[in-house]
Unconditional design. Structure first.
Length: 287
Protein backbone atom coordinates (compact mmCIF):
# COMPACT_ATOMS: atom_id res chain seq x y z
CA UNK A 1 0.00 0.00 0.00
CA UNK A 2 1.31 3.44 -0.90
CA UNK A 3 2.22 5.61 2.07
CA UNK A 4 1.31 9.21 2.55
CA UNK A 5 4.48 11.18 3.21
CA UNK A 6 5.16 14.80 4.19
CA UNK A 7 7.36 17.10 2.10
CA UNK A 8 7.72 20.82 2.79
CA UNK A 9 4.22 21.37 4.14
CA UNK A 10 2.36 18.93 1.89
CA UNK A 11 0.97 15.44 2.47
CA UNK A 12 1.51 13.43 -0.71
CA UNK A 13 1.40 9.83 -1.95
CA UNK A 14 4.99 8.55 -1.70
CA UNK A 15 5.25 8.17 -5.49
CA UNK A 16 4.49 11.85 -6.00
CA UNK A 17 6.84 13.28 -3.37
CA UNK A 18 9.97 14.89 -4.80
CA UNK A 19 13.03 16.86 -3.70
CA UNK A 20 15.39 18.84 -5.99
CA UNK A 21 18.51 17.12 -7.35
CA UNK A 22 20.35 20.21 -5.99
CA UNK A 23 19.18 19.55 -2.45
CA UNK A 24 22.23 19.74 -0.17
CA UNK A 25 21.07 16.65 1.70
CA UNK A 26 21.45 14.71 -1.55
CA UNK A 27 24.68 16.40 -2.75
CA UNK A 28 26.55 16.84 0.55
CA UNK A 29 24.79 14.94 3.34
CA UNK A 30 24.06 18.45 4.66
CA UNK A 31 21.12 17.40 6.79
CA UNK A 32 19.96 16.06 10.12
CA UNK A 33 17.38 13.46 11.06
CA UNK A 34 15.42 11.83 13.85
CA UNK A 35 13.71 8.47 14.17
CA UNK A 36 10.81 8.31 16.60
CA UNK A 37 9.03 5.08 17.49
CA UNK A 38 5.28 4.58 17.55
CA UNK A 39 3.63 2.18 20.00
CA UNK A 40 -0.15 1.88 20.38
CA UNK A 41 -0.40 4.62 17.72
CA UNK A 42 1.47 7.07 19.99
CA UNK A 43 4.90 8.68 19.81
CA UNK A 44 7.64 7.47 22.15
CA UNK A 45 10.03 10.07 23.67
CA UNK A 46 8.78 12.79 21.29
CA UNK A 47 10.07 15.67 23.44
CA UNK A 48 13.57 14.20 23.63
CA UNK A 49 13.75 13.80 19.86
CA UNK A 50 12.40 17.33 19.28
CA UNK A 51 14.99 18.85 21.65
CA UNK A 52 17.85 16.91 20.03
CA UNK A 53 16.63 17.92 16.56
CA UNK A 54 16.75 21.59 17.54
CA UNK A 55 20.24 21.10 18.98
CA UNK A 56 21.50 19.38 15.80
CA UNK A 57 20.11 22.27 13.71
CA UNK A 58 21.71 24.91 15.95
CA UNK A 59 25.09 23.12 15.86
CA UNK A 60 25.01 23.19 12.05
CA UNK A 61 23.61 26.71 11.79
CA UNK A 62 20.62 25.36 9.89
CA UNK A 63 17.18 26.94 9.99
CA UNK A 64 14.27 24.95 11.39
CA UNK A 65 11.43 25.08 8.84
CA UNK A 66 8.68 24.28 11.36
CA UNK A 67 7.65 25.14 14.94
CA UNK A 68 7.75 22.23 17.38
CA UNK A 69 3.96 22.37 18.07
CA UNK A 70 3.25 22.19 14.35
CA UNK A 71 5.80 19.39 14.01
CA UNK A 72 3.97 17.31 16.59
CA UNK A 73 0.75 17.78 14.58
CA UNK A 74 2.49 16.52 11.43
CA UNK A 75 3.74 13.46 13.31
CA UNK A 76 0.20 12.72 14.50
CA UNK A 77 -1.31 13.30 11.08
CA UNK A 78 1.19 10.96 9.38
CA UNK A 79 0.58 8.26 11.98
CA UNK A 80 -3.18 8.66 11.46
CA UNK A 81 -3.12 8.81 7.65
CA UNK A 82 -0.93 5.70 7.46
CA UNK A 83 -2.75 3.79 10.20
CA UNK A 84 0.45 3.11 12.16
CA UNK A 85 -0.03 1.21 15.41
CA UNK A 86 3.59 0.08 15.82
CA UNK A 87 6.44 1.43 13.76
CA UNK A 88 8.53 4.50 13.21
CA UNK A 89 8.40 8.05 11.93
CA UNK A 90 11.49 9.23 10.05
CA UNK A 91 12.16 12.96 9.83
CA UNK A 92 14.90 14.67 7.84
CA UNK A 93 15.74 18.34 7.52
CA UNK A 94 18.37 19.50 5.05
CA UNK A 95 19.82 22.90 4.19
CA UNK A 96 17.65 22.88 1.06
CA UNK A 97 18.47 23.66 -2.54
CA UNK A 98 20.03 26.86 -3.86
CA UNK A 99 19.51 25.56 -7.40
CA UNK A 100 23.17 24.65 -7.93
CA UNK A 101 26.11 22.94 -6.22
CA UNK A 102 28.24 25.13 -3.95
CA UNK A 103 30.18 24.37 -0.75
CA UNK A 104 29.20 27.72 0.77
CA UNK A 105 25.97 27.60 2.80
CA UNK A 106 23.15 29.47 1.08
CA UNK A 107 21.47 32.39 2.86
CA UNK A 108 18.69 30.80 4.96
CA UNK A 109 16.51 33.87 4.31
CA UNK A 110 16.55 33.01 0.60
CA UNK A 111 16.85 29.22 0.62
CA UNK A 112 14.44 27.40 2.93
CA UNK A 113 15.40 24.12 4.58
CA UNK A 114 13.84 20.97 3.17
CA UNK A 115 11.74 18.85 5.51
CA UNK A 116 10.72 15.30 4.69
CA UNK A 117 8.87 12.85 6.90
CA UNK A 118 7.57 9.32 6.37
CA UNK A 119 6.28 6.44 8.44
CA UNK A 120 7.48 2.83 8.60
CA UNK A 121 5.01 0.17 9.66
CA UNK A 122 6.67 -2.43 11.95
CA UNK A 123 3.87 -4.51 13.51
CA UNK A 124 6.20 -6.49 15.82
CA UNK A 125 8.44 -3.63 16.94
CA UNK A 126 7.96 -4.12 20.70
CA UNK A 127 7.86 -7.89 20.44
CA UNK A 128 10.67 -8.39 17.93
CA UNK A 129 12.17 -11.84 17.39
CA UNK A 130 15.66 -10.33 17.59
CA UNK A 131 15.07 -9.06 21.12
CA UNK A 132 14.27 -12.63 22.21
CA UNK A 133 17.31 -14.16 20.49
CA UNK A 134 19.77 -11.30 21.16
CA UNK A 135 22.22 -9.84 18.66
CA UNK A 136 25.65 -10.99 17.57
CA UNK A 137 28.06 -8.16 17.00
CA UNK A 138 31.51 -7.60 15.55
CA UNK A 139 33.87 -4.74 16.37
CA UNK A 140 35.13 -2.35 13.70
CA UNK A 141 37.36 0.68 13.86
CA UNK A 142 35.48 3.96 14.34
CA UNK A 143 36.57 6.14 11.43
CA UNK A 144 33.65 8.61 11.53
CA UNK A 145 34.02 12.39 11.89
CA UNK A 146 34.54 14.02 15.30
CA UNK A 147 31.02 15.48 15.81
CA UNK A 148 29.04 12.30 16.37
CA UNK A 149 26.86 14.17 18.87
CA UNK A 150 25.11 15.81 15.90
CA UNK A 151 22.58 13.49 14.28
CA UNK A 152 23.52 14.04 10.64
CA UNK A 153 22.52 11.97 7.62
CA UNK A 154 26.18 11.04 6.93
CA UNK A 155 25.50 7.35 7.45
CA UNK A 156 27.79 5.76 4.89
CA UNK A 157 30.29 4.36 7.38
CA UNK A 158 27.63 2.96 9.76
CA UNK A 159 26.00 1.34 6.70
CA UNK A 160 29.40 -0.14 5.69
CA UNK A 161 29.92 -1.41 9.24
CA UNK A 162 26.48 -3.09 9.18
CA UNK A 163 27.47 -4.74 5.88
CA UNK A 164 30.71 -6.00 7.47
CA UNK A 165 28.62 -7.47 10.29
CA UNK A 166 26.22 -9.06 7.81
CA UNK A 167 29.08 -10.62 5.84
CA UNK A 168 30.44 -12.04 9.11
CA UNK A 169 27.04 -13.65 9.82
CA UNK A 170 26.30 -11.14 12.60
CA UNK A 171 23.64 -8.51 13.24
CA UNK A 172 25.52 -5.33 14.00
CA UNK A 173 28.86 -3.70 14.79
CA UNK A 174 30.33 -1.76 17.72
CA UNK A 175 32.83 0.88 16.75
CA UNK A 176 36.15 1.16 18.57
CA UNK A 177 38.45 4.15 18.90
CA UNK A 178 41.73 4.22 20.85
CA UNK A 179 40.93 0.78 22.22
CA UNK A 180 37.52 1.76 23.59
CA UNK A 181 34.01 1.18 22.28
CA UNK A 182 32.37 4.42 21.17
CA UNK A 183 28.90 3.12 20.22
CA UNK A 184 27.01 0.81 17.88
CA UNK A 185 26.33 1.69 14.23
CA UNK A 186 22.89 3.01 15.18
CA UNK A 187 22.71 2.53 18.95
CA UNK A 188 24.49 3.17 22.24
CA UNK A 189 26.52 0.33 23.77
CA UNK A 190 26.44 -1.07 27.32
CA UNK A 191 27.88 -3.86 29.41
CA UNK A 192 26.74 -5.22 32.77
CA UNK A 193 29.35 -6.31 35.32
CA UNK A 194 28.59 -7.44 38.84
CA UNK A 195 25.14 -5.86 38.59
CA UNK A 196 26.57 -2.52 37.45
CA UNK A 197 25.46 -0.99 34.13
CA UNK A 198 28.42 0.52 32.29
CA UNK A 199 28.11 2.82 29.28
CA UNK A 200 30.37 5.41 27.71
CA UNK A 201 30.10 8.95 29.09
CA UNK A 202 28.53 11.66 26.89
CA UNK A 203 30.86 13.72 24.71
CA UNK A 204 31.18 14.64 21.03
CA UNK A 205 32.41 11.07 20.44
CA UNK A 206 28.92 9.54 20.57
CA UNK A 207 25.33 10.40 19.81
CA UNK A 208 23.46 11.43 22.93
CA UNK A 209 20.82 8.75 22.63
CA UNK A 210 17.30 9.67 23.67
CA UNK A 211 16.70 6.04 24.64
CA UNK A 212 20.00 6.05 26.56
CA UNK A 213 18.84 9.02 28.65
CA UNK A 214 15.49 7.38 29.42
CA UNK A 215 16.98 3.96 30.19
CA UNK A 216 19.61 5.41 32.55
CA UNK A 217 16.88 7.37 34.33
CA UNK A 218 14.70 4.26 34.71
CA UNK A 219 17.70 2.20 35.84
CA UNK A 220 18.51 4.73 38.57
CA UNK A 221 14.85 4.80 39.65
CA UNK A 222 14.96 1.00 39.92
CA UNK A 223 18.04 1.34 42.24
CA UNK A 224 20.40 -0.10 39.62
CA UNK A 225 23.96 1.22 39.68
CA UNK A 226 25.09 3.04 36.53
CA UNK A 227 28.70 3.89 35.72
CA UNK A 228 29.35 6.22 32.77
CA UNK A 229 32.81 5.34 31.45
CA UNK A 230 34.36 3.79 28.38
CA UNK A 231 35.21 0.10 28.08
CA UNK A 232 37.17 -2.12 25.69
CA UNK A 233 35.96 -5.06 23.60
CA UNK A 234 37.98 -7.38 25.88
CA UNK A 235 36.22 -6.02 28.97
CA UNK A 236 32.85 -6.41 27.19
CA UNK A 237 33.63 -10.02 26.26
CA UNK A 238 34.35 -10.78 29.90
CA UNK A 239 31.24 -8.96 31.21
CA UNK A 240 28.10 -10.69 32.48
CA UNK A 241 25.87 -9.09 29.82
CA UNK A 242 25.87 -6.60 27.00
CA UNK A 243 23.12 -4.65 25.27
CA UNK A 244 22.36 -1.64 23.09
CA UNK A 245 19.69 1.05 23.14
CA UNK A 246 18.03 3.00 20.33
CA UNK A 247 14.69 4.54 19.52
CA UNK A 248 13.97 1.87 16.92
CA UNK A 249 15.03 -1.22 18.91
CA UNK A 250 14.57 0.01 22.53
CA UNK A 251 16.82 -2.17 24.73
CA UNK A 252 18.42 -4.93 22.65
CA UNK A 253 20.45 -7.71 24.30
CA UNK A 254 23.82 -8.66 22.79
CA UNK A 255 24.73 -12.35 23.04
CA UNK A 256 28.02 -12.52 21.12
CA UNK A 257 30.93 -10.11 20.61
CA UNK A 258 33.61 -10.91 18.01
CA UNK A 259 32.76 -14.61 18.19
CA UNK A 260 32.82 -14.78 22.02
CA UNK A 261 29.51 -15.84 23.55
CA UNK A 262 28.15 -13.73 26.41
CA UNK A 263 27.19 -15.86 29.44
CA UNK A 264 24.97 -18.74 28.33
CA UNK A 265 24.38 -17.15 24.92
CA UNK A 266 20.86 -16.02 25.86
CA UNK A 267 19.65 -12.42 26.40
CA UNK A 268 20.78 -11.20 29.82
CA UNK A 269 18.48 -10.70 32.78
CA UNK A 270 19.35 -7.02 33.32
CA UNK A 271 18.90 -6.19 29.63
CA UNK A 272 15.51 -7.90 29.49
CA UNK A 273 14.37 -6.22 32.70
CA UNK A 274 15.43 -2.81 31.35
CA UNK A 275 13.65 -3.52 28.07
CA UNK A 276 10.46 -4.31 29.97
CA UNK A 277 10.72 -1.20 32.17
CA UNK A 278 11.53 1.02 29.18
CA UNK A 279 8.59 -0.27 27.16
CA UNK A 280 6.17 0.03 30.10
CA UNK A 281 7.26 3.51 31.13
CA UNK A 282 7.58 4.98 27.66
CA UNK A 283 4.15 3.68 26.66
CA UNK A 284 2.76 5.55 29.68
CA UNK A 285 4.32 8.85 28.62
CA UNK A 286 3.73 8.42 24.86
CA UNK A 287 1.90 11.26 23.10
N1 LIG B 1 24.20 6.13 18.33
C1 LIG B 1 24.06 6.23 17.00
C2 LIG B 1 25.28 6.35 16.14
C3 LIG B 1 22.78 6.24 16.42
O1 LIG B 1 22.65 6.34 15.09
C4 LIG B 1 21.65 6.11 17.26
C5 LIG B 1 20.30 6.10 16.70
O2 LIG B 1 20.09 6.20 15.53
C6 LIG B 1 21.85 5.98 18.64
C7 LIG B 1 23.14 6.01 19.15
C8 LIG B 1 20.69 5.82 19.59
O3 LIG B 1 20.01 7.04 19.74
P1 LIG B 1 18.45 7.08 20.09
O4 LIG B 1 18.29 6.32 21.36
O5 LIG B 1 18.16 8.51 20.24
O6 LIG B 1 17.76 6.43 18.93
Amino acid sequence: MSRTVYVNGEYLPEGEATVSIFDRGFLMADGVYEVTSVLDGKLIDFDGHAVRLERSLVELDMACPIEMDALLEVFHELVRLNGINEGMVYLQITRGSAGDRDFIFPDPEKVPSTIVMFTQDVPDLANSALSKRGTKIISVEDIRWARRDIKTVQLLYPAMAKMMAKKAGCDDAWMVEDGHVTEGTSNNAYIVKGGKIITRQLSNDILHGITRAAVLRFAAEAQMVVEERSFSIEEAQGADEAFTTSASAFVMPVVEIDGVQMGDGKPGRVAMRLREIYLDESRKSAV
